[in-house]
Design a protein around this ligand. Structure first.
Ligand code: UD1
Length: 344
């Protein structure tokens, strides 16, 4: 009897990661069913990823989004529990550090269903970040810890989590390789947008940057300052747009566009000269394309990108000397995870 996997997704970066594993699970002959919590619901934040990356249509959609964190997570917990009772999977797979991750891990653990956590062991050591709370709890509920980096393995060991811990590489690297191939056929986004050579790509969506108007103004001013050197294109997350409008801030001086699809972002990154972001995924994607990154935060979970000179915090003036990062694997992280799920 083949193992059955229930994959929990909800937010944009999880669609990208799930696309990788979903393909690998199909190759390994494992049965997968997907549940979409609904956390991200705009077509440009959700549907486009499913279409572009051949992600199977979710068997269950919970349509839960918005509200306070506790309310959102609680509703997801209840909805996911009902799905898990119905489906009775052998494994529940959760990704990263969103509220959907936390709800998925908790619902499964309470039902004694083993949880596999993809992107286990990352830490910012900043408990004010909702993501840090989510990932710490998910890691301690998980049965199988699928770590992208050596540091992630070490972080888990420091918290006493030492069994069923595997460094598999980064599924985002697998995703980038796939997207580079697939986006070759599409017309260049740079041309479509009429961007001059030497442009920078920026993204801003972290609560710590968007929810405090003083901080958001500081970030936007920093991007505007940058745009004196080069054109800065800013695909704007709905959360950030709402906050800009609510606090009557200005986006003048920036090339603001709607959120872009994964293939379009891959193309944008491939030709960019600089990335400015508070996203975790984009810090690494910048490196995958060998584009230097400036992180608009006070710390990062992806410390290797800083140590190897491809990334720096915006508070730090210089990059470290540049070298390749060995951690992120060889583009077969999805395959390794599928094998572990099949044999565990
Ligand atoms: C969430 C994750 C974050 C992840 C990010 C990727 C949590 C705590 N945060 O943050 O870790 O990096 O996704 O984008 O889980 N909204 C829309 N349309 C959408 C999606 C969101 O309008 O398609 C609005 C929501 O209604 C809400 C705001 O944007 O008002 C924030 O959305 P939410 O899912 O709470 O958090 P993100 O900032 O997207």
């Amino acid at each position: 009897m083949h193992k059955s996997i229930l994959t929990v997704v909800g937010a944009r970066p999880q669609f990208v990661k799930a696309a990788v594993l979903s393909r690998a699970l199909r190759h390994a002959g494992l049965r997968e069913m997907m549940v979409h919590t609904g956390q991200h619901f705009d077509p440009g934040m959700s549907d486009v990823f499913f279409k572009e990356l051949d992600i199977p249509e979710p068997a269950h959609r919970l349509h839960i989004h918005g509200g306070a964190h506790g309310e959102m997570t609680g509703r997801m917990l209840s909805g996911l529990e009902a799905v898990m009772i119905e489906v009775k999977p052998d494994w529940v797979v959760v990704y990263g550090d969103t509220n959907s991750t936390l709800a998925g891990a908790l619902a499964a653990a309470k039902l004694l269903i083993p949880v596999a956590h993809v992107e286990a062991g990352l830490r910012s050591f900043n408990r004010r970040m909702p993501e840090e709370v989510n990932r710490v709890v998910a890691d301690h509920l998980a049965t199988l810890h699928l770590c992208p980096t050596q540091l992630a393995v070490q972080n888990l060991a420091n918290e006493g989590v030492r069994t069923h811990v595997h460094q598999v590489g980064d599924v985002m690297y697998d995703a980038t390789l796939f997207a580079i191939e697939r986006s070759k056929a599409s017309p260049a986004v740079q041309d479509k947008l009429g961007l001059p050579d030497g442009y920078a790509v920026a993204t801003v969506h972290r609560a710590e940057n968007t929810d405090d108007p003083v901080m958001l103004r500081k970030v936007l001013d920093y991007l505007r300052e940058k745009s004196r050197e080069r054109s800065v294109v800013l695909p704007l997350h709905p959360r950030t747009r709402k906050s800009v409008e609510q606090h009557c801030l200005t986006l003048d001086g920036l090339r603001v566009i709607d959120p872009v699809s994964y293939l379009d972002m891959t193309q944008l990154l491939a030709r960019a000269c600089e990335v400015l972001t508070d996203s975790g995924g984009l810090q690494k994607e910048a490196y995958f394309h060998r584009v230097p990154c400036i992180t608009l935060r006070t710390e990062t979970e992806w410390v290797e990108t800083i140590e190897h000179g491809w990334n720096r915090l915006w508070s730090t003036p210089d990059y470290a000397p540049r070298s390749d990062i060995p951690d992120y694997g060889d583009g077969r992280a999805g395959e390794k995870i599928a094998q572990l799920l099949a044999s565990s």
